[in-house]
Design a protein around this ligand. Structure first.
Ligand SMILES: [Zn+2]
Length: 270
């Protein structure tokens, strides 16, 4: 009964679907903060319950309401008044925006499940890389596990395409990493990036995972140029690649087919 209600509401009213997805995104975003902070340090994501990192006071339900609690408490701990980083509220807001956008773009379709899962995985990976320069193995393995299940159930492309894309994503990044290490004589890419691309293959398929690598490299290169110009003294400062992989991968996932078909028709291939 209630299921048919939601089914009709969401299939006919895309705005209602996008709003519901955005609200879901706020709470998933709040959980992604916990994942992004704890997983790279090898801690459990469920225990202990959320607490203030300074006074260790356990946070009440009201303190955990995403974004709004940050605004109401003006970014401070209710108990010891220490300032929280705005990063966490930003992650919650970003997740809400991406979830709302994905729902608007994909509509009430099975693939929306993959779209929301991928968004959550990429935000957590980018956050872990930003904070600790680690894309946690447990996050990627979880993403592969869910990705396999999703692709058994939902396949816009043939199943073999996703399986091949997983191997290609891994092989390509592994090759780039080995070549980079030989040429630059230092580690240019972490193992986390390599595994993340294998996972991406499951969600994106062959064509779009290649496009994702291209876009991620392009965004990373542009940011690198900006960073070098901004501070010449620290030219070889490490820039985490994770956020650019996340950006490139999601752009390829959403617009990849349009980009690839536009490009091939531009070249007169079709
Ligand atoms: Zn506190």
């Amino acid at each position: 009964m209630i299921l048919t209600f939601y089914n009709e509401l969401f299939s006919q009213h895309r705005l209602a679907l996008a709003a519901a997805a955005a609200i879901l995104g706020l709470f998933i975003g709040s959980f992604l903060n916990v994942v992004g902070i704890r997983l790279p340090r090898g801690q459990s994501v469920v225990k202990p319950p959320s607490h203030c990192p300074s006074c260790k006071h356990r946070l009440a339900i009201l303190d955990l309401v995403p974004v709004f609690s940050y605004i109401v408490l003006r970014g401070k701990c209710r108990y010891c008044k220490i300032r929280f980083s705005p990063l966490y509220a930003l992650v919650e807001a970003l997740t809400a925006v991406v979830f709302g956008f994905a729902a608007w773009h994909f509509g009430w379709t099975p693939e929306l499940a993959a779209a929301l899962t991928l968004a959550a995985l990429l935000i957590a990976a980018a956050l872990g890389d930003l904070l600790y320069r680690i894309i946690p193995n447990r996050l990627v393995y979880f993403g592969v596990f869910v990705g396999v299940l999703l692709r058994i159930l939902i396949q816009p492309l043939p199943l073999w395409n996703y399986a091949a894309a997983l191997l290609i994503g891994f092989g390509l990044l592994y090759t780039v990493a080995v070549a980079g290490e030989r040429l630059l004589r230092k580690e240019s890419m972490g193992g986390g990036d390599i595994k993340l691309f294998a996972m991406l293959g499951l969600y994106l398929g062959i064509g779009n995972v290649l496009l994702a690598l291209f876009l991620a490299s392009l965004f990373g290169l542009l940011a690198g140029i900006v960073a070098i110009r901004a501070r010449r003294d620290q030219a070889d400062r490490y820039i985490p690649f994770g956020p650019f992989i996340a950006l490139g991968a999601y752009a390829a996932y959403v617009w990849g087919d349009a980009i690839i078909s536009g490009y091939t028709s531009l070249l007169g291939w079709r």
